[in-house]
Write a protein that binds this ligand. Structure first.
Ligand code: ARG
Length: 266
């Protein structure tokens, strides 16, 4: 149970190597490239700067040079309620929390799982969605359930995600290869470099649909809540976001956005 230490060490390594805020979306022209800090725009009417990692369909991705997805649409509604203009910064997933902490971004919204460890660094809003860590394997794989994973399994993950953190804890660093994004991990799976990918269920479905010969195991690896992270120094924004979220939940807006991207069966 040394997830705490690992996160701290990881955060420190990121800070020291300075590998922050490198845009990595597949699309061109969508990253805003602005270097403005969020702090200057906190006033009503100013920009609401959201950090995300737009490689994560259906929550955030780039299509036709535009940001799309559940988080993108919910964030748009939140900004509207707050009377602020939404600005999206597409950055490495593992740089979001640090950038929110330092005030570079007002909030991080990236299908981000609430964890006790992350709560040491940032505040989380009320949760607006749930996620599951799933396992993708090639058709006919010897891995049939989560119990078939071991320290000998070559596991691919997106760097800094809960899939990365949990798999490293459970199977050891040598078993886990961390890729820049989920699509790269899936590509490695397709070409046989790894045996499985652990990633959130909805992106898993979308990657499996886009690549022949991949299946998602029925058994899930972990169940999680998604929320928006906000600096601990910005209690005011936390309250505003929670108030706006609760309105968007009770008037059905959030449900209809999620239903648009994840149609419920039946
Ligand atoms: N839910 C996972 C986590 O919080 C993965 C999120 C990855 N999000 C992204 N936009 N790439 O660690």
């Amino acid at each position: 149970m040394n997830r705490f230490k690992r996160i701290l060490a990881f955060g420190l390594a990121v800070a020291l190597t300075g590998t922050l805020a490198v845009g990595c979306s597949g699309g061109s022209g969508a990253s805003s490239g602005s270097n403005d800090t969020a702090q200057d725009s906190g006033a009503a009417g100013g920009k609401l700067v959201m950090a995300t990692n737009a490689t994560f369909p259906p929550y955030e991705y780039v299509e036709g040079g535009e940001y799309e997805g559940i988080d993108v649409e919910i964030a748009g509604k939140l900004a509207e309620k707050l009377g602020r203009e939404l600005e999206i910064q597409d950055v490495e997933f593992d740089s979001i929390i640090g950038g929110v902490q330092s005030g570079k971004y007002d909030m991080g919204m990236a299908g981000m799982t609430v964890t006790e460890e992350r709560k040491q660094s940032v505040n989380f809003s009320d949760t607006y969605a749930t996620g599951i860590q799933s396992i993708i394997v090639p058709e006919g794989s010897a891995i049939a359930t989560v119990d078939d994973l071991s320290s000998d399994t070559r596991i691919g993950v997106q760097q800094g995600t809960t899939g990365d953190i949990y798999a490293t804890d459970d199977y050891g660093e040598d078993a886990v290869t961390a890729y820049k994004n989920g699509a790269d991990a899936v590509q490695a799976l397709v070409t046989g470099k790894i045996d499985c990918v652990i990633i959130d269920n909805e992106p898993a479905k979308s990657f499996a649909a886009a690549n022949d010969g991949l299946v998602i195991l029925d058994t899930s690896y972990a169940e999680e809540d998604y929320a928006i992270c906000i600096s601990k120094d910005n209690e005011e924004l936390l309250t505003q976001i929670n108030d706006a979220l609760s309105e968007l939940k009770s008037d059905g807006t959030i449900d209809s956005i999620i239903e648009k991207y994840i149609p419920s069966e039946g």
